[in-house]
Design a protein around this ligand. Structure first.
Ligand SMILES: Nc1ncnc2c1ncn2[C@@H]1O[C@H](COP(=O)(O)OP(=O)(O)O)[C@@H](O)[C@H]1O
Ligand SMILES: [Mg+2]
Length: 150
């Protein structure tokens, strides 16, 4: 099994993190295996670790400076070895409101789009999106699970 497959398997089985730093490290691990121009749909409740995960992903792609929650901006854009668009759809009242976000712009190269609250976008994300479920069974740990198929 290649290192890439092993990382993927670990996400499929449920990657357990015991601290924010470990959640960032999981994001960095995913950064190393995700193909270019992939959409990442990050499912999970408030506080489950989605933004923390994206911080680790962005830093692994060489993004410098703070990576913060885009909640009040909808989108935050970053440039490293890859270009990352981080969208938080939490405040979208209806999927129809997503039309004004111009999501299509970020579904094309060179962008990788990472979305928190993807269910608020209806069916606007592509079939090939990688979907990760974030669970916080207890305050002190998280489980990150990659849905199959990706
Ligand atoms: N494995 C973990 N154990 C404990 N706290 C964590 C873990 N991973 C992330 N956190 C913390 O959980 C809080 C919420 O994380 P955040 O990434 O903002 O969640 P979300 O974007 O899903 O709302 C932050 O304070 C973060 O540091
Ligand atoms: Mg968040």
């Amino acid at each position: 099994m290649t290192a890439r497959d092993a990382t993927r398997e670990r996400f499929v089985a449920g990657w357990r993190t015991a601290s924010p730093a470990e959640t960032e490290a999981a994001g960095a691990a995913l950064a190393g295996i995700v193909p270019p121009n992939t959409v990442l749909a990050l499912h999970g409740d408030l506080g489950a670790g989605k933004t923390t995960f994206v911080r680790g992903l962005a830093q692994a792609w060489g993004v410098r400076g703070p990576v913060v929650s885009p909640t009040f901006n909808y989108f935050l854009l970053y440039r490293g070895q890859r270009q990352l668009a981080h969208l938080d759809a939490y405040w979208l009242a209806r999927p129809a409101d997503a039309d004004s976000l111009l999501i299509e712009e970020f579904l094309e190269p060179p962008w990788c789009l990472a979305v928190e609250w993807p269910e608020n976008l209806g069916d606007r994300l592509p079939e090939g999106a990688w979907r990760l479920d974030f669970a916080a069974p207890e305050e002190t740990w998280r489980v990150l699970t990659l849905r199959q198929p990706t």
